[in-house]
Write a protein that binds this ligand. Structure first.
Ligand code: PLP
Length: 382
């Protein structure tokens, strides 16, 4: 079975982990600081704060921005549940605005219409690695006094107008779960240009203790740490950071291969009328975390699920990214969200299939996927 996604962790990573074990520091320590510095160099981010998971990164960012009860955060329905859950966990209300049908990312015009007096932030997602229309969001943020938090969990290696995602915005959350473009097994980084937010995030990931040199000076290095915020325990370990340091060195290699595979798909599928192919905005590059095709079901005699099942029989693994979050049972029950709230995302959901794309995938694997899809489109054509 060719999976839809797969990490690439090799001998260098193994060696780096063994080194950490032999050197004796296991949890958050010097490797984590190196990993943060290395991520800042790669992205141009003034501050990088490493945490346990992408989910924690999003949650801590809400807490770091003091977003909570009474506040609203506008986000996309076409995302992993963790995006919206972070807003709810912080005590705020998620407001879903529809997506742009071309990039599948949050539509700035739709988001603008949902801004109220309670809105504090907008949380777009760089869906599949394709950057959202950041300039439009930054402009909207400036004009309304809102923070733009980019869920960048798909976008390690993506760029916007010539610069890496993560270097310029208010806050960006990157995940290093194995299915993403680089991995630390579990782990994440929040980048920000705000010193204040970075300091708060460092406290929030470790019980609310401020890592503040001036406090250390006045109280002595051995003084019991002062807790200033109600923090969490969301640290990443040196073992994981060691893995991440190697993966970060390999990021260009991964991004190049992912782009090569995406281009091959796009070329091979160009003539297939029943397919809508993924598109990225001008002046952006995608890290191609996932490659999502959409089926024109009016031209086919099968449903999306039947198409996926037929691919499975050809040993081709697929997935659906995602059931729109506002249609999840919890959201329907708690916030009363219903079908019809975001019609573009709902229609896209019914058509979408994520097909295999990962750096270790061979051209032969990919040819098998292309042939399989071509055959099924012919078989199911109306
Ligand atoms: C993976 C993912 C997350 C959560 O990241 P974890 O590291 O798995 O906690 C959040 N948002 C999006 C869009 C993701 O794809």
């Amino acid at each position: 079975m060719i999976p839809y996604g797969m990490h690439d962790v090799g001998d260098l990573e193994e060696q780096a982990i063994v080194d950490v074990i032999r050197n004796g520091w296991l949890t958050m320590g010097p490797r984590v600081r190196e990993f943060e510095a290395s991520f800042s160099r790669k992205t141009g981010a003034p501050h990088s704060v490493a945490v346990a998971t992408g989910t924690a990164a999003l949650h801590l960012t809400m807490l770091g921005l003091e977003i909570g009860p009474g506040d609203e955060v506008i986000t996309t329905p076409l995302t992993f549940v963790a995006t919206a859950n972070a807003i709810v966990q912080a005590g705020a209300k998620p407001i879903f605005a529809d997506i742009d049908p071309v990039t599948m990312t949050l539509d700035p015009a739709a988001a603008r219409k949902k801004v109220t007096k309670r809105t504090r932030a907008i949380m777009p997602v760089h869906y599949g690695g394709a950057p959202c229309d950041l300039n439009a969001f930054w402009k909207l943020g400036r004009s309304k006094g809102l923070t733009i938090v980019e869920d960048s969990c798909h976008a390690v290696g993506s760029s916007y107008r010539g610069l890496p995602i993560g270097g310029r915005g208010d806050a960006q959350c990157f995940s290093f779960h194995p299915v993403k473009t680089i991995t630390t097994a579990e782990g994440a980084i929040i980048t920000t240009r705000s010193r204040k937010l970075a300091d708060r995030l460092r406290a929030l990931r470790f019980h609310g203790f401020m890592e503040d040199a001036t406090t250390r000076k006045s109280h002595g290095a051995s003084a019991y740490p002062r807790m200033h915020l109600l923090g969490t325990k969301s640290v990443i370990s040196d073992l994981q950071a060691a893995l991440g340091l190697i993966q970060l060195e390999r990021l260009e290699e991964f991004t190049r291969r992912r782009n090569e595979l995406a281009e091959r798909y796009t070329k091979a599928f160009a003539g297939m009328k029943a397919l809508v192919l993924p598109t990225t905005l001008a002046e952006t590059t995608s890290a191609w975390h996932i490659y999502v095709i959409r089926l024109d079901l009016s031209a086919l005699k099968c449903s999306r699920d039947e198409f996926m099942e037929a691919l499975r029989r050809e040993n081709i693994g697929t997935a659906v990214h995602y059931l729109p979050v506002h249609l999840q049972p919890y959201y329907r029950k708690r916030f009363g969200t219903r079908p019809g709230l975001c019609p573009i995302a709902e229609a896209a959901y019914k058509q979408m299939v994520t097909i295999p794309l990962f750096p270790k995938m061979t051209d032969r694997d990919q040819d098998q996927v292309i042939e399989g899809i071509g055959r099924l489109l012919y078989y199911y054509q109306r």
